[in-house]
Structures are given as structure tokens and as C-alpha cells.
Design a protein around this ligand. Structure first.
Ligand SMILES: Cc1cc2nc3c(=O)[nH]c(=O)nc-3n(C[C@H](O)[C@H](O)[C@H](O)COP(=O)(O)OP(=O)(O)OC[C@H]3O[C@@H](n4cnc5c(N)ncnc54)[C@H](O)[C@@H]3O)c2cc1C
Length: 539
């Protein structure tokens, strides 16, 4: 049931059973599972396909081969997570995997097939770092785009799903706004980026599916929308966040000024790609016996080490020793994009650098995606479920989106009848603000933040660098707070405010971890503590 009505306060107020903030794999899969029984609004702050999902190349991990087993996928995930995964969550996620893949196939996702040696047509599975079996199902090398466009086309056609592009959720609306339960979420204030108006969306349930926070770093594989908005909104609403220090740096982004962080999939190394120094020497064996197939953190640190040692801007990734038709058929997307940029991967190595790639921490949820706040769920990269521990294993993240999207949908449907629609909520208060006089402040602070996060809170950390970054965040926060209090909100201002908060949470978490584990590496505590613990921050 959907009804829009005008309030005398001039703000259109919109009621839905479920408001989903984010239109990636998590948000769309959740919406499709809800929509036969509930009215659903999906917001995207840019176009519907602007999230990380669109860019996922490698695929989705699941146990689909008879030689493989749930136990093995669980074990690999636990090893990658360096002692911090929640075993029960890993078990749950991995066990649900095959069913979620079947659901995607039923939706029509065109996963790549092959003719097996026994002459049977079956899905082609690839192998990625940390996986001890071939278990990554994919649609060529553009899996995320295939999943996104398939789910999107179903969502567009479903009469109960209402898609809103260029709508930026600013903050969650909590019960205390109406003098009700302050730990209940009732909706969100949403900036319409085309009109500049702030609208009120009220809902029985709100789901954060807003993705990660890679844009807090100068170099990232993430798209522009990845500014940690969901984490920041949840924190301001009173949710705990966990393990924010574990930022995964993808080892191999194309090093090219015109390619805005174009990622060279791990699958390239999985299929025999070698990492080389500028003089052509392979170097990964020096760092790990698994060489190019070592987990991402090991590869990223090795590259960082070699680049710093040699003072070079990049290293090289070479797959040109493989037959050209093998390369073009396995990696058509990477091949075409690199060719556009002047690199023929069938003939030459590619210059690559590491870049911030995945936010392992996030809003604390249980196995149903439920956060600390009543009526508020978080699914996908925004969430901390305990699956990834101190390091995400490749292709486990899309799996997490699907498994937790499904679990949250089941839970919401189970609670729908008992949960009343919130009453009309107060309009956004703009009575004390004016138009900004100096947008340059936001642009400048944005650049400054991302640079010092890269330099001081990057792949290799020290306490001194973290403290330096913390001090700078404090200064920028004050400036942005003044700005936020006095001027009309804009997209950039909201994102900057959120990025600063996320940066603060990352630094605070990194400072509190007095060891090196998984993705967190500090020269001051280079050892791993005997006991593993999560970093839980409470607002
Ligand atoms: C280049 C790249 C390659 C990857 N490859 C793989 C892979 O092969 N396998 C794998 O498992 N994982 C991969 N990942 C990770 C994976 O793609 C992501 O973790 C996953 O897609 C996240 O999905 P999501 O639905 O949580 O969020 P996203 O797909 O990032 O979507 C976020 C959505 O939230 C919206 N949004 C954000 N903030 C707001 C706001 N304030 N208001 C309104 N809307 C908002 C955005 O507009 C967007 O629609 C890759 C990531 C990248 C960047």
C-alpha cells in the first residue's frame, strides 16, 4: 500500500512498508523478495546502477562443485579472516550460498557456462585468492553488472517497488522526534538532488543497503557513491559499529590518470597473471608461498613494500604469456577497457597500484540483518555481520549481500503485520539556514581528508600517523559542523559530513587495535595478539 499526500508544511510525505536506502545487490535482492507482500521504496543517491555492485568483476563464491564442500568454504573464509570471523555466521552464510545462486539463476542472471570434460554443459567456476577450490560463479568478467541489471529490470516492472534515483538519505528519523521510543526508526529525511527539497519518507521498516566507504581514501576502486553514508547515519541514530579498521586494499587497480580507479580483477592472477617489478622480475614468492594467489592483504602489502623500496609509482601485472583468445574470452571487459586506454593485455604487462576496495567493518547486525535499533536493518557492505573477520575473502561480499538480503526479507515479512505504519513525521527544519556562500570549503576539505587518510591511515600504519590523522579530522569536523548548521544541505556537504565521521571511526578503531591482524598492519605492533577480539564502538 502506497500513499503520497501533501502536508500543509509543504513537504510531500511518503509512506511505504519498507524503505530501502541503496539499489545494489543487497537492496535489490531484498526488495524483490519483499515486494509481493509489501510496498517498497528503493532510494539511490545517483543512478540505480551507481553502487559497487555494478563494478564487481570476479563473481560470487558458493559451493557448487561436487568436489567442493561447505566445510572447505567455511575453512577458507575463517583462514582469510585471521581469527576474527564469527564461525556461526560463516557457516550460515556459506550454507545458504547455493540456494541464493539458484535464486539468481531463476531471476535470469546470465552466468557463464562451459562444456565440461564429460561433455555436460555447466556453469564455469573460477578460483580466486584464498579459495582452495574453484567456486566463484561469474558472468564473464562483469558479474556485478549482470546481477544488477537483471534484478533492476525485475524491480522496474514490479508494481509494488518504487524506485527513486538521485535521492540522498540525509539522516534516519527516530521515535524521539514524535516523543515516542527513541530506539525505533520511523523513516528518513531525503534530499531530492534535482529540486533541492528535503522530503520525508516514513516506513514500518528501514533498511540500510548503502554500500561501503572507499571514498574516504584518495585511491579507491569504489564508485563515487561509496561515502559511508549508511554507517554514519546508523551511528548518529545510536547503532554500534564494528571493525572499521579493516579496510581491504585491492592490490591491482590500473595505474592510469584517465582510468578512474579501474580494477584489474583478482581472477587475472587466478588464471596465471604474474606480478612483476618494473624491471620484469617476479616478486610475490619472496613474500608468500602462495605467490600471486595469496590473500589480498598480503599481495597489497607486498606491492606497497616494493613500490616504497624502489620509489616506483606502480608495479606490473602480466598475463600476456597466455594465449590471446584465452585472455579475450575470459576477460573481455578488462581487455576492452585496457585497450581503450592504450594497453593490449594479450601483448604487454599492465601498470597497477593498490587502492581502497572494501569496508569489512560496518553497522553491527545479527544474522537477520537486524541492527541495534528497532525497525532498522542493514545489509550488504554497510553491515558488520561477522562474516569477514579481519579480512574479506574474494567474492564473499556479493554472497553476503544476497544471503543477508534474503534473511532480512524473511524477518521483515514475519513482522510486517504487527508493525504499525508510523504517523506523519515532522518536516525537515530549514528555518535557520541560508544558501552556502563558499562551496569551496567542502571541496577543499574533501581533498584534504582523502589525502591524509591515504598517507596516514593506509596499508601500513603507525600510532603517530593515526594520531596525526585524528587531529586533522577534528579540525575538519568543526568546520563542516559549522557549515552544516548554517547552510542549506547539498549532496557534497552531506557526503563530506559522513566521510569525516567514517574517517574518525576508522582511526579510532585502528588506534585501539594494539596488534597487526588481517588488513590492519601497524609498524608499532607488528605481531598478532594471542586472543582475537572485535573492535566494537558504541555511540
Ligand atoms: C571494482 C569492484 C569490484 C568488486 N568485485 C567483487 C567481486 O567480484 N565479488 C564480490 O563478491 N564482491 C566484489 N566487490 C565488492 C562488492 O561489489 C560490494 O561489496 C557489493 O556490491 C556491495 O553491494 P551493496 O548492495 O551493499 O552496495 P552497492 O552496490 O555499493 O550499492 C550502494 C547503493 O546505495 C546507494 N546509496 C549510498 N548512500 C546513499 C544515501 N545516503 N542515500 C541514498 N542512496 C545511497 C548508492 O547510490 C547505491 O545505489 C567489488 C567491489 C568493487 C568496487
Amino acid at each position: 500500500m502506497v500513499f503520497l499526500h501533501d502536508l500543509t508544511r509543504m513537504t510531500a510525505q511518503t509512506h511505504f512498508d519498507v524503505l530501502i536506502i541503496g539499489s545494489g545487490a543487497a537492496g535489490l535482492s531484498l526488495a524483490l523478495e519483499l515486494a509481493d507482500q509489501a510496498s517498497v521504496a528503493i532510494l539511490s543517491k545517483a543512478t540505480l546502477n551507481s553502487g559497487s555492485t555494478q563494478y564487481a568483476q570476479g563473481g560470487v563464491s558458493a559451493v557448487l562443485d561436487t568436489q567442493d564442500s561447505i566445510a572447505s568454504h567455511v575453512e577458507d573464509t575463517l583462514i582469510a579472516g585471521a581469527g576474527l570471523c564469527d564461525r556461526e555466521t560463516v557457516n550460515f552464510t556459506v550454507s545458504e550460498g547455493p540456494a541464493r545462486i539458484r535464486w539468481l539463476i531463476e531471476q535470469g542472471v546470465p552466468f557463464t557456462q562451459e562444456i565440461t570434460p564429460s561433455g555436460k554443459r555447466d556453469y564455469h567456476l573460477t578460483r580466486e585468492g584464498g579459495h582452495s577450490h574453484r567456486r566463484v560463479i561469474h558472468a564473464d568478467d562483469a558479474t556485478g553488472a549482470a546481477i544488477g541489471s537483471t534484478l533492476n529490470s525485475h524491480a522496474q516492472r514490479h508494481p509494488n517497488i518504487h524506485l527513486f534515483e538521485r535521492r540522498l538519505a540525509i539522516d534516519l528519523i527516530m521515535g524521539h522526534k514524535l516523543g515516542l521510543n527513541s530506539r525505533r526508526c520511523l523513516g528518513a529525511y531525503v534530499l531530492n538532488r534535482d529540486t533541492g527539497e528535503v522530503q520525508v519518507f516514513s516506513a514500518r521498516f528501514v533498511v540500510l543497503a548503502s554500500g561501503g566507504a572507499g571514498k574516504v581514501y584518495l585511491y579507491t576502486s569504489n564508485p563515487d557513491v561509496a561515502t559511508g553514508d549508511g554507517i554514519a547515519m546508523a551511528w548518529r541514530a545510536g547503532c554500534r559499529v564494528a571493525n572499521m579498521e579493516f579496510i581491504q586494499f585491492h592490490p591491482t587497480c590500473l595505474y592510469h590518470p584517465a582510468a578512474k580507479s579501474f580494477l584489474i580483477s583478482e581472477a587475472l592472477r587466478g588464471e596465471g597473471g604474474r606480478l612483476l617489478l618494473p624491471d620484469g622480475t617476479p616478486f610475490m614468492e619472496k613474500f608468500d608461498p602462495r605467490a600471486e594467489l595469496a590473500p589480498r592483504d598480503v599481495v597489497a602489502r607486498a606491492i606497497d613494500h616494493e613500490m616504497k623500496r624502489l620509489g616506483s609509482d606502480c608495479v606490473f601485472l602480466d598475463i600476456s604469456h597466455k594465449p590471446a583468445d584465452f585472455i579475450t574470452s575470459h576477460f573481455p571487459n578488462i581487455y576492452a577497457r585496457c585497450l581503450e586506454l592504450g594497453f593490449d593485455i594479450t601483448r604487454q604487462p599492465l601498470p597497477v597500484v593498490p587502492a581502497a576496495h572494501y569496508t569489512c567493518g560496518g553497522v553491527v547486525t545479527d544474522q537477520r540483518g537486524q541492527t541495534d535499533i528497532e525497525g532498522l536493518f542493514a545489509v550488504g557492505e554497510v553491515a558488520f555481520t561477522g562474516l569477514h573477520g579481519a579480512n574479506r575473502m574474494a567474492s564473499n561480499s556479493l554472497l553476503e549481500c544476497l544471503v543477508f538480503g534474503h534473511a532480512a526479507a524473511q524477518t521483515i515479512l514475519g513482522q510486517l503485520d504487527q508493525t504499525p505504519m508510523p504517523p506523519d513525521l515532522p518536516a525537515w527544519d530549514e528555518s535557520r539556514v541560508t544558501n552556502s556562500d563558499e562551496e569551496v570549503v567542502v571541496a577543499h576539505n574533501w581533498d584534504e581528508l582523502r589525502r591524509f587518510m591515504w598517507d596516514y591511515v593506509g596499508i601500513v600504519r603507525t600510532t603517530k600517523r593515526l594520531q596525526r590523522a585524528q587531529h586533522r579530522v577534528e579540525l575538519l569536523k568543526r568546520e563542516i559542523h559549522d557549515y552544516y548548521s548554517n547552510f542549506r544541505v547539498t549532496n557534497d556537504l552531506i557526503e563530506m559530513r559522513n566521510l569525516l565521521l567514517v574517517a574518525e571511526l576508522i582511526i579510532q578503531s585502528a588506534l585501539s587495535r594494539k596488534e597487526s591482524r588481517g588488513l590492519h598492519y601497524t609498524l608499532d605492533y607488528p605481531w598478532q595478539a594471542p586472543l582475537a577480539h572485535n573492535t566494537l564502538l558504541t555511540p
